[in-house]
Ligand binder design. Structure first.
Ligand SMILES: Cc1cc2nc3c(=O)[nH]c(=O)nc-3n(C[C@H](O)[C@H](O)[C@H](O)COP(=O)(O)OP(=O)(O)OC[C@H]3O[C@@H](n4cnc5c(N)ncnc54)[C@H](O)[C@@H]3O)c2cc1C
Ligand SMILES: *[C@@H]1O[C@H](CO)[C@@H](O)[C@H](O)[C@H]1NC(C)=O
Ligand SMILES: *[C@@H]1O[C@H](CO)[C@@H](O)[C@H](O)[C@H]1NC(C)=O
Ligand SMILES: *[C@@H]1O[C@H](CO)[C@@H](O)[C@H](O)[C@H]1NC(C)=O
Ligand SMILES: *[C@@H]1O[C@H](CO)[C@@H](O)[C@H](O)[C@H]1NC(C)=O
Ligand SMILES: *[C@@H]1O[C@H](CO)[C@@H](O)[C@H](O)[C@H]1NC(C)=O
Ligand SMILES: *[C@@H]1O[C@H](CO)[C@@H](O)[C@H](O)[C@H]1NC(C)=O
Length: 538
């Protein structure tokens, strides 16, 4: 019962700290009053609070909800705070504790399970949408990025200063840097430069006491934890200082499709062996889905080989001919462009065009709506057999679902040089690729949702023999509440380990130790936040 008594101590401590009232569920008005009375609040006349009665509340709430599954949810925040200043975040953290509210922190709103804007308890959202400054220092090859900035904005601001500097992070331009970098963050530069989190040199975080801390002030343990340990467990990250990486002025991209009739299986078999061993400047992702082939008059599986090469086509084509001749890559399949052009190319499915001309599209703030979706992840050590692949095709052929896709993302290169404990992100050497499974549907209602969720759960079960299982690895940025959740109240370390070891392997323990030190009473919590340790567990 130790944990219960420590909870009561916590409540008392907070009450004494602020006033002589115990924390209780107050009306939003009390929170708002507290907010404006917070010492040192700056820009106090700027309008940053949205309550449920405000006519803009619902559009502010909806604007970055990426997964429609969580648009209709009934538990909505009491208040949405859109800080334009650090003091607004400090006031929100302190006043939420005082008035018995939890907080959810939202950057790009892409959390697969909606954890940045949904909660089953009375809560406030800190929405970082207005804190999106990107300051590029091309001389020192670094940049400060506020966490409300999206990846597309970051890439564009780098491009404005230099055509030969880049940052190794995710593909989709609307992903937020706040959540993405907190969970690792990978993309087409991963084999050359590792994860986004591998390229962070400093950060600013506001802790549970409202203190704004940089790397030096937070200490190396906390600085370690926030680079891959998942957002929202340790505090509100305000900005990252990132290390920019050099890229050649010409890069080459291609997106080549092959169906089963066009030897896709044979190419996949070879890809599984070579993709992680290729020259680290080349990254080839395989996207697989069911299509109706007009040529063959039937359904089939199509694989898209989506690729970027840090160099010109003259070098790429012979390299491919040598390592993956089965693909039959031709130079007319390839496009030479700049690194920013490659970012536009890789986003083109969302823009519905393949124009490479206008990097400004990366500044588009319109949310990409992919409909309702559910996704999962796996990490693979051994090539999947042909029989194994056939079973996957059976899932993709299932007419009960509206859309299903598998993405195989290659490993190797820089990822193998970084040790498992360097950062909380533990999935490094030994893996040959990473799988992203997703199903997307447009039909409203519980029946459709259940059908699609069941499908992906079955698929996940089917894959069990093909992936390591002790533990089965998962990617925290592809958040999946099926693998385990915390209780609403206290969650033991052992209980949280069920999901924690999948995301973080042996780093989970250290994450819990850091959490216990920086947020001992577990204010920053959600369904999959890092748990605190009991005294006897430390
Ligand atoms: C269309 C799409 C494409 C994607 N592509 C890629 C990809 O190419 N590579 C890849 O690695 N991942 C990819 N992802 C996954 C993505 O990296 C994660 O969903 C990521 O967590 C999203 O970050 P966000 O800020 O947009 O999300 P949010 O929903 O805002 O946040 C995600 C989590 O981080 C917390 N958080 C957010 N901001 C902060 C902050 N400032 N301080 C503390 N905690 C914070 C939130 O509370 C939440 O728990 C993609 C996702 C989608 C939907
Ligand atoms: C307010 O500002 C003063 C002077 O900058 C500082 O000493 C004090 O700690 C601040 N208080 C809070 C609660 O931030
Ligand atoms: C809604 O809240 C915003 C932000 O605080 C404020 O600017 C606006 O005036 C409010 N609108 C109404 C109708 O209260
Ligand atoms: C936000 O989404 C909800 C749920 O679908 C909807 O009822 C509401 O009208 C939306 N608000 C706006 C402004 O789009
Ligand atoms: C680069 O870093 C040095 C040393 O920290 C600093 O003095 C200089 O101002 C920086 N350059 C720019 C353009 O900020
Ligand atoms: C498939 O492979 C066979 C034998 O290797 C080859 O002859 C044929 O051209 C290939 N088909 C395509 C579409 O590449
Ligand atoms: C932004 O993207 C949306 C959705 O793809 C599109 O409808 C809109 O025209 C784009 N806006 C600009 C300014 O490019």
């Amino acid at each position: 019962m130790k944990h219960l008594s420590s909870y009561f101590t916590f409540a008392t401590a907070i009450a004494l700290l602020f006033s002589f009232e115990p924390p209780s569920l107050d009306t939003p008005e009390k929170f708002i009053q507290c907010f404006y009375n917070y010492p040192n609040i700056t820009n106090s006349n700027s309008n940053v609070l949205y309550t449920q009665t405000n006519s803009s509340y619902s559009s502010v709430l909806n604007v970055t909800i990426q997964n429609l599954r969580f648009l209709h949810i009934s538990s909505k925040p009491q208040v949405i705070v859109t800080p334009v200043d650090v003091s607004h975040i400090q006031a929100t953290i302190m006043c939420s504790q005082r008035h018995g509210l939890q907080i959810r922190i939202r950057s790009g709103g892409h959390d697969y399970e909606g954890l940045s804007y949904v909660a089953e308890v009375p809560f406030v959202i800190i929405d970082l949408i207005n804190l999106r400054e990107v300051t590029v220092d091309e001389e020192n090859q670094t940049a400060w990025v506020q966490t409300g900035a999206q990846l597309g904005e970051l890439y564009y601001r780098i491009y404005e200063k230099s055509k030969t500097l880049a940052f190794p992070a995710g593909v989709c331009y609307s992903v937020g840097t706040g959540g993405h970098i907190s969970g690792g963050g990978y993309g087409f530069l991963m084999r050359k430069y590792g994860l986004a989190a591998d390229n962070i040199v400093d950060a600013q975080i506001i802790d549970v006491n409202g203190n704004l801390l940089d790397r030096q002030a937070m200490g190396e343990d906390l600085f370690w934890a926030i680079r891959g340990g998942g957002g929202a467990s340790f505090g509100v990250i305000v900005a990252w200082k990132i290390k920019l990486v050099p890229v050649p002025s010409t890069v080459t991209v291609f997106n080549v499709a092959r169906t089963l009739e066009e030897n896709a299986t044979e190419i996949i078999q070879k890809w599984q062996v070579v993709a992680s061993k290729l020259d680290e400047r080349i990254y080839i992702r395989m996207d697989m889905e069911k299509v109706h082939s007009r040529e063959y008059g039937k359904r089939t599986i199509q694989v898209n080989f989506v690729s970027m090469f840090l160099g010109g086509v003259e070098e790429l084509v012979p390299l491919m001919q040598k390592s993956l001749p089965e693909l039959g890559l031709d130079r007319k399949d390839c496009t030479e462009t700049s690194w920013i052009g490659s970012a536009v190319f890789l986003n083109s499915p969302w823009f519905g065009s393949t124009s490479l001309e206008a990097p400004e599209v990366l500044l588009n703030r319109t949310q990409i709506y992919s409909g309702y979706f559910k996704a999962k992840s796996d990490y693979v050590r051994q090539p999947i057999s042909i029989d194994g692949l056939r079973g996957l095709w059976r899932f993709l052929y299932d007419d009960e679902i509206e859309y299903g896709q598998l993405q195989f993302a290659p490993y190797g290169g820089r990822m193998y040089e970084i040790s498992e404990s360097e950062l909380p992100f533990a999935h490094r050497s030994g893996y040959i690729f990473h799988i992203h499974y997703v199903t997307i549907w447009q039909t409203i209602g519980d029946e459709a949702a259940q059908r699609h969720v069941n499908w992906i759960r079955e698929l996940y079960k089917y894959m069990e023999p093909y992936v390591p299982n002790s533990p089965r690895a998962a990617y925290v940025n592809y958040r999946d509440l099926d693998i385990g959740v915390n209780n609403n109240g206290y969650t033991s370390y052992d209980q949280a380990s069920i999901w924690g070891l999948k995301y973080f392997g042996n780093n989970f323990r250290r994450l819990a130790t850091v959490k216990t030190r920086v947020d001992p009473y577990n204010f920053f919590k959600n369904e999959q936040s890092i748990p605190t340790l009991l005294e006897e567990e430390i």
